[in-house]
Design a protein around this ligand. Sequence first.
Ligand SMILES: *[C@@H]1O[C@H](CO)[C@@H](O)[C@H](O)[C@H]1NC(C)=O
Ligand SMILES: *[C@@H]1O[C@H](CO)[C@@H](O)[C@H](O)[C@H]1NC(C)=O
Length: 489
Amino acid sequence: MAVVLVLWLLLGQATGDPCYDPGGRPRFCLPPVTQLASGPPASCPQACVLSQGTSPRALCNDSLILALGGTFLLTSVSLRFCTPGPPALVLSSAWAAGGPWKLLWRRPAWSGALGGPERVTFRPSPGPKSRVVASHLRVEVGGWTGLAAAGVRGRCQCHGHAARCAARAQPPRCRCRHHTTGPGCESCRPSHRDWPWRPATPRHPHPCLPCSCNQHARRCRFNSELFRLSGGRSGGVCERCRHHTAGRHCHYCQPGFWRDPSQPITSRKACKACRCHPIGAIGGACNQTSGQCSCKLGVTGATCNRCGPGYQQSRSPRMPCQRVPEATTPLVPTPGAHSSDPQCQNYCHLPDKSVHMSLSRFCQQDYVLRAQVLAAEAAGPAWRRLAVRVLAVYKQRPSQPVRPGGQDAWVPEADLACGCLRLLPGADYLLLGGAADGPAPARLVLHRHGLALPWRPRWARPLRRLQQEERAGGCRGLQPRTPRPGPAP
Ligand SMILES: *[C@@H]1O[C@H](CO)[C@@H](O)[C@H](O)[C@H]1NC(C)=O
Ligand SMILES: *[C@@H]1O[C@H](CO)[C@@H](O)[C@H](O)[C@H]1NC(C)=O
């Protein structure tokens, strides 16, 4: 029962719209022919009838203008005369009241006195050239007779895009299909202007085609130049792109927004605000694909919110980061000054003066890096933040790999105060990481369990060899010592 009902509905849909074929493809369609105007009610003047066959001066000269109430495609004009006399006839049409009048049909008086037709019908010959589109008709009759009645039939001018029409509405309105609009379907709907509007023909329905606006705009306009440049494929330009999109197809983000790659372009969240730091960034615009703001000199970070390696924060909003002065200051108090402090007793794990780097020692390090210390600043009461540039990674941290290049490292103030680490800005160090885990394992932390040795170029080669041995599996069974909890940076 349900199947029968569904079939019936589908059939109803398919047969219900003559502008689409059963497969849903658009096709040429026409509204029905209707009676558009009729008149006049018996305008046979008495004199006309009386004068029949008597005096040439009493000939009738009847003229009638019919307003159709809109612009229509005429299919026939029927005229009935008062007598079967021989009328001379001039039929004209106009687009608007008052003309200009276009001659449709002229026929001279019937030769022979009587016996002409009581009724004549004018039909435009088929074909697009002889089509008659008119809002007003003028009938002029001369001869031995008057006009008894006139009837005009035609259909709404819907340009092949409608099968239904409100012919008596003012103005007559086609029920437009194929995504057209207007009283006579003479333009494309605002969302469907990718191609130029064209009237449908029996061979080609010329439907209006949608613009591709990625669901961010409801309107578009047709640009003939773009259409030409595309080789006749697409000419629509989306208007009023929403959700911070821009462009002909609303396919990229407005300035001040960037394209979130995790969202499809059709998503309302496809474009994200840039969030550039008001002081660190130059303007509020960021890279459309990466979200990177453009930073002032010395500033770094995606939003330009911190100073880069070798720069330190200043009070100037124009230059919020300034180059660290070349003259270096020790990061630690003079060696030994505090190490006599009782609190420092047995605090540092300072090795003998020379470090003998064997494979087993190498394997026990959490990491082995060559890095340059660029600058330092206090980061709270317990920590000092160093800007470092990692120049080489000989042994990688197992859990959180260290990347070469500029980054931050943290040192506990206490470890510096006791002289466990001696670091000077501008100098190169071999950094050995003793195992100790803080609660922020992603951070690079230097502390008293590690070592910072002023770099010697002659170390490079043996370290490379140790690195190769480790890669070849030489460290199996010689893991770093068990991590010890450390304070939080
Ligand atoms: C009707 O009379 C006018 C002049 O009054 C003339 O110009 C016109 O041709 C006449 N029409 C016919 C059909 O004889
Ligand atoms: C934006 O970032 C991408 C990738 O990070 C890069 O290839 C592109 O050149 C950048 N564009 C501009 C205008 O800087």
